[in-house]
Design a protein around this ligand. Structure first.
Ligand code: GAR
Length: 201
């Protein structure tokens, strides 16, 4: 069984999609072993508890610097024999040491078609730019921000009368499809990373 850690900062709807996918038997060889939040009142922590999953808040403000914070993150992860880390609305850049410790075992969901609209508020960036197609991307995490090898993408149209919020909601529905799909592929050992390219084996 692959033990999964999910890092979150907020609402946790993507976390929920993973939990639901596992509970419905869609990803037989995985379990969410711990959910870690950098935000105390993140609803994602409650979702975890509702499913009997360990929910851990690590307060970044109680550490002298990012390095110390991530040491604590590594310590907690170390308690669970983690085989896969998911970033599900985790609003921090993961540092080098965590990436090196879990090379090609960290997966992020991003609400745009990378490499367009990296960073925060990608749906609003895309809407404000005036694109007619946006979407979402699941990718391995490397040292850059939203730059790692792409696993899956799904296109989502921008429709007449949309605003940034209606577009974001349409994208979110697809996030909830492709994130569990990518996790399933990873857990089944079907993803191979060759440089930038992710090959399905
Ligand atoms: C999702 O749209 C996710 O793609 C995005 O935050 C939202 C979290 O929602 N992530 C990023 O923007 C990463 N920079 P959720 O907490 O309901 O899953």
């Amino acid at each position: 069984t692959t033990n999964i850690a999910v890092l979150v900062s907020g609402r946790g709807s993507n976390l929920q999609s993973i939990i639901d996918s596992i509970e419905s038997g869609n990803i037989p060889d995985a379990r969410v072993s711990v959910v870690i939040s950098d935000v105390k009142n993140a609803f994602a922590l409650e979702r975890a508890r509702n499913h009997g999953i360990d929910a851990v808040f690590i307060d970044p403000r109680t550490f002298v610097d990012k390095k110390a914070y991530e040491q604590e993150l590594l310590r907690v992860l170390g308690q669970y024999d983690i085989g896969l880390i998911l970033l599900a609305g985790y609003m921090r850049i993961v540092g080098r040491e965590v990436i090196e410790a879990y090379r090609n075992r960290i997966i992020n969901i991003h609400p745009a078609l990378l490499p367009s609209f990296m960073g925060l508020h990608a749906q609003k960036q895309a809407f404000d730019y005036g694109v007619k197609v946006s979407g979402c991307t699941v990718h391995f995490v490397d040292e850059g921000m939203d730059t790692g090898p792409i696993i899956l993408q799904r296109a989502v149209p921008v429709l007449e009368g949309d605003n940034a919020d209606t577009l974001a909601a349409r994208i979110l529905e697809q996030e909830h499809q492709i994130f569990p799909e990518a996790v399933k592929l990873f857990v089944e050992g079907k993803l191979k990373v060759e440089g930038r390219i992710v090959i399905r084996t």
